[in-house]
Design a protein around this ligand. Structure first.
Ligand SMILES: Nc1ncnc2c1ncn2[C@@H]1O[C@H](COP(=O)(O)OP(=O)(O)OP(=O)(O)O)[C@@H](O)[C@H]1O
Ligand SMILES: [Mg+2]
Length: 252
């Protein structure tokens, strides 16, 4: 059975989507069958993997409001070994649509249950909030992977996130575990990055991935070409690091 990993941190701009896109693509490149699920209304995972979010017909929003089956939403072979459940800005209305709906915490889990076993990995990109969309991702997931940006306030909000995972585990999804944290945007030229890594290591009981993602301009450029880093510049430091992260995830 496939492993479902939600990439979550309610803090904005920490590298969730960059990690979701490139971990998905690197796993696919290593021959794993991957489903990328975009649960963020911003739709950056969708466009970063090469789909035009304005022109996709059915999206995760249609799935959530019961307007489409998963087969209608699924975009097959966006890349070799990689399918996508895409999103558009419509999804921002989902929270409201879900008011009063029964079992609304499990809508996404139930919607994808028939295709779940077709994949080795399902990678879910979460929005920067602890909203019903994030809760849906966490009830669907086996584990939560938390990107942490190497900056001064890195630990802020992390205890809230860990508490949320614990609550979901206790009340909604007993299987849920924290996969671990991965440091992103590491800048070797500054002492700050190093201090943040040391500080988090001292203060966090969670698994910390050995692979550290460097700050790398090619990673920031790739989405505007609709390509994961492994296609855009496979020899960049960013590509090498996400390939290593994929190895670590697979060996866990
Ligand atoms: N390792 C990196 N090196 C350079 N730029 C990066 C790196 N990781 C992410 N970025 C850039 O930083 C910005 C934020 O990254 P990203 O969109 O992945 O964060 P996010 O956590 O998904 O944000 P949001 O909370 O808005 O969803 C983007 O412009 C992205 O291109
Ligand atoms: Mg994002």
């Amino acid at each position: 059975m496939g492993r479902v990993i939600a990439i979550a941190n309610q803090k904005g701009g920490v590298g969730k989507t960059t990690t979701a896109i490139n971990l998905s693509a690197c796993l696919a490149e290593k021959g794993q069958k991957v489903l990328a699920v975009d649960m963020d209304p911003q739709g950056n995972m969708t466009s970063g993997l090469g789909l035009d979010k304005e022109s996709v017909d059915k999206t995760v929003y249609d799935l959530i409001i019961g307007n489409a089956d998963v087969d209608e939403v699924l975009q097959k072979d966006a890349l070799e070994n990689l399918d996508i459940l895409p999103t558009s800005i419509d999804l921002s209305a989902a929270e409201i649509e879900l008011i009063g709906v029964e079992e609304k915490e499990y809508i996404v889990r139930d919607a994808i249950k028939d295709i779940r076993d077709n994949y080795d990995y399902i990678i879910i990109d979460c929005p920067p909030s602890l909203s019903m969309l994030t809760i849906n991702a966490m009830t669907t997931a086996d584990t939560v992977l938390v990107p942490i940006q190497c900056e001064y306030y890195a630990l802020e909000g992390l205890s809230q996130l860990i508490h949320t995972v614990e609550l979901v585990k206790e009340r909604l999804n007993p299987q849920l575990e924290i996969e671990g944290v991965v440091f992103t945007m590491y800048d070797a030229r500054t002492n700050l990055s190093l201090q943040v890594v040391e500080n988090v290591k001292d203060n966090l009981q969670q698994t910390i991935y050995k692979t550290i993602i460097p700050r790398n301009i090619r990673l920031a450029e790739a989405p505007s070409y609709g390509m994961p880093i492994s296609q855009y510049d496979s020899r960049s430091a960013g590509s090498e690091s996400y390939m290593k992260l994929a190895d670590e995830v697979m060996n866990k």
